[in-house]
Design a protein around this ligand. Structure first.
Ligand SMILES: NC(=O)c1ccc[n+]([C@@H]2O[C@H](COP(=O)([O-])OP(=O)(O)OC[C@H]3O[C@@H](n4cnc5c(N)ncnc54)[C@H](O)[C@@H]3O)[C@@H](O)[C@H]2O)c1
Length: 279
């Protein structure tokens, strides 16, 4: 088991709080950081320091002596471009420079919104593989594309290893029909993050962050490098949420769901499938 401390950004967020608890219980020494206070009692072997991802020095200090940086901090929803630049673009640069300095591995919380404008896969079509084209569905998704490509650059140029988890929908349980395809249980995410820390070699890896969902849109990725397989399934919730769909055709057509509809203004608005032959 990795003995050096693990840095977790976004520790005060939904996934950060869950990971802090699970990783501490698994025996890791944690350095937690966020721009807002940590709302829970500190778990054993953890310390918390408030820091802004925009501040290079603060991030470099937090990363000192760490083997892995779990980068879960930043703007986590669609927001205007100007609000995203600082935490998600400049912040990411600070994370990668700190990792380069420490020889640390980066685990990046990427998102399905990096590829959100791919159409949903129904039963008969091929699922998307990890090397599919990026098709971001907003400025937030675009920042995740930037993050994944930052990982590509730092691996190729500096040998900084990184795992990019394209998280689908990680919540306590699925809340609509789309999440029967995209849901990632907290337990599957925690097990995945531990494999990202422990795997011997990862290079630049991309993982579809979803549970074992039969309705998944996603196919191959680099999970063999990690030795991770999801164990939970959204299918257990089909009776509860299978009928929960929106009346928005753009949202229902694309993998990114409602994010695709935000300020959607393609000429003519939504058109039937065959009208968009040019990708
Ligand atoms: N929950 C999901 O389903 C999901 C899906 C796809 C991707 N993700 C990604 O996973 C990560 C965590 O998601 P979450 O649901 O816990 O989001 P969250 O919003 O609850 O957590 C993000 C945290 O980042 C912190 N943060 C924001 N700006 C910061 C700054 N300038 N400096 C330092 N910290 C800052 C926030 O205070 C917050 O605590 C995010 O990167 C998100 O984009 C989550």
């Amino acid at each position: 088991m990795q003995k050096k401390p693990i840095l977790l950004t976004g520790a005060s967020g939904n996934l950060g709080r869950m990971l802090a608890k699970e990783l501490s219980a698994a025996g890791y020494e944690l350095r937690l950081t966020d721009i807002i206070p940590f709302p829970d009692p500190l778990p054993p072997q953890a310390r918390f320091v408030k820091a802004d991802l925009n501040e290079a020095l603060a991030i470099v200090r937090q990363a000192e002596g760490c083997s892995t940086i779990l980068h879960f901090g930043g703007v986590s929803v669609e927001r205007p471009f100007e609000e995203i630049i600082g935490p998600n673009l400049r912040g990411l640069y600070h994370i990668y420079e700190a990792a380069r300095r420490e020889g640390a591995r980066v685990v990046f919380a990427s998102s399905n919104h990096a590829i959100g404008f791919h159409e949903r896969v129904t039963g008969n079509e091929a699922k998307l593989d990890h090397d599919c084209a990026f098709r971001p569905d907003g400025y937030y998704g675009l920042s995740k594309v930037y993050g994944e490509l930052m990982g590509r650059l730092y691996w190729d140029k500096h040998g900084v290893e990184n795992v990019n988890i394209r998280i689908g929908s990680s919540f306590p349980k699925p809340v609509n029909a789309r999440m029967l395809s995209t849901w990632l249980s907290y337990a599957d995410l925690a097990r995945l993050v531990i494999r990202c820390i422990e795997a011997e070699k990862v290079g630049h890896a991309v993982i579809w962050g979803a549970s074992r969902n039969p309705a998944s849109y996603w196919g191959t990725d680099h999970r063999d490098r990690l030795g991770w397989q999801p164990q939970d399934t959204a299918e257990d919730f089909r009776a509860e949420v299978g009928n929960i769909v929106s009346d928005d055709p753009v949202e229902e057509r694309y993998q990114g769901g409602g994010y695709c509809s935000i300020e959607y203004s393609r000429k003519g608005g939504f058109s039937p499938r065959d009208q968009f032959e040019l990708e």
